[in-house]
Design a protein around this ligand. Sequence first.
Ligand SMILES: *Cc1c(COP(=O)(O)O)cnc(C)c1O
Length: 570
Amino acid sequence: MNQPLEAFNMREPRIAYFSMEIALRSEIPTYSGGLGVLAGDAMRSASDLDLPMVGVTLVSRAGYFRQEIVDGRQLERPDIWQPEQWAQRLGAKISVQVGARELWVAAWLYEIHGQRGASVPVLLLDTDLPENEPEDRELTHHLYGGDEAYRMKQEMVLGIGGVRMLGALGFSIRKYHLNEGHAALLALELLRRFARSPQEAGTPELQFDVPAVRERCVFTTHTPVEAGHDKFSYELADRLLGPFIGAKELRQLAGQGELNMTRLALNLSECVNGVTPRHAEVSRKMFPGYQVHAITNGVHPWTWACDSLRRLFDAFLPRWSHEPELLARADLIPDEELRRAHAVAKLALLHRIQGRDGLSINTSLPVLGFARRMTPYKRADLLFFDIDRLRAIAREHPFQIVLAGKAHPRDLGGKQIIERLHAWARELGGAVPVHFLPNYDMETARLLVSGVDVWLNTPLSPLEASGTSGMKAALNGVPNLSVLDGWWLEGCIEGVTGWAVGGETVADEADVHARDAASLYLKLDQKVLPLYHESAAGWTAVMKGAIARNGAYFSSHRMMKQYAVEAYLH
Ligand SMILES: *Cc1c(COP(=O)(O)O)cnc(C)c1O
């Protein structure tokens, strides 16, 4: 019945990786940002390393959204894609009871082909079926769209539907990896699966086997930002879940006041981890009483190295894409060759920008790049804290700026930042050319992280759990200038891999923004820009430091080997 799956060994027990978003490729808009890109990189490394895994996500037919900028404002358009163009329809259908209705769920198969011949299947769950009510058919259209009920139904499709679909297709699963709390309802489905019936248990009720579920679940939490932790009212949850599980049990597992998906995941997973050591520490404070380990994120080397760097690494560090550790020998690359490869990447980026906004581009000036989700804690506006200071620095050491990023349609603070960035760009005019590239996606990200000269990150510490775009930049020989938070606490060796913002001990806690901005300006003015303008050899040494120290370590190959040993094999 399920022809397309014949290529896979269905008897081999697999690790099922559940994620609300997975960035499979640039043409498939089933991701919104870092979480989805990480999931995609995890699956890509799993297929390169031939780890027995299967991905589970939603088909998100209308994507997250396509961003257009009109008069400095973000407009959101649906980003429709055709699953039949990239994936194969599978024959199985399962149903999930949602409130009073039975909701039918089908699946598409997307295959990730690894570099050494292995493949990993990814299931894209789809409710757009004739058997469903029109309203329910749209449940798997908009990633992170709709209201609270829409979102909870999506999570029922992902968690409960996903486990049932794996069963219907004949997969044998040894562990379930919950990539963020969105997938936590899968653990409820497992609770029911391992429950003993009243007859077996000799009690009037089902007997749940919590340890059996915990043994099978691995949970990765991804952010200390409150809004990143899904919570649903019990009024809604009880209505949608119905008699799926007793009200008392559910509250014991998911919190008393409201259904907290993070708490549910924490209570039903034996192995819990954060995405950097600092984030694990912050998470232990947020959730006292739980053991939270750290497995630092990484990026998929082949996916994120630009073409010219791939060729360079192939020539001087063969096998680098399978063993990224070999990048530690970046000193074997002649300086001149590295500079030439970077110049090719920079030209590709500048060509993309040229003519977009009427500002001219200049290949000899350094480019500072900043691109990420536009949301207040990421502080895209920190660089513009003091416009006169920025202008003065540029008079001394000229530079240009490239920006990109989407704000969630309901993140008004994030949208306001986009507007302000455009206003500052107009105000600065030619004094500091500022370009904003619309519709930040995988393809734009690859152009940016390889084509700029310095990668900036200025989050409000300690809210950046990891940050992975800086790892992509490092892999491409682009030094980071970043607030000491997330991965940069591990990645920064001052003057060797890039530079730290903040971290100086200052007594005045009152205005953290002013303090970080002052530190940022000082580093740009005294360290980063003078080195760029005055010493090609010194600059190239930092580029090599970024590749050798950070490109070599912050790979998703290393990350997945760590998950295999520290989480999956337990
Ligand atoms: C890598 C990536 C991200 C994540 O970047 P952060 O540094 O974690 O903010 C977000 N969006 C896209 C398109 C990416 O490629």
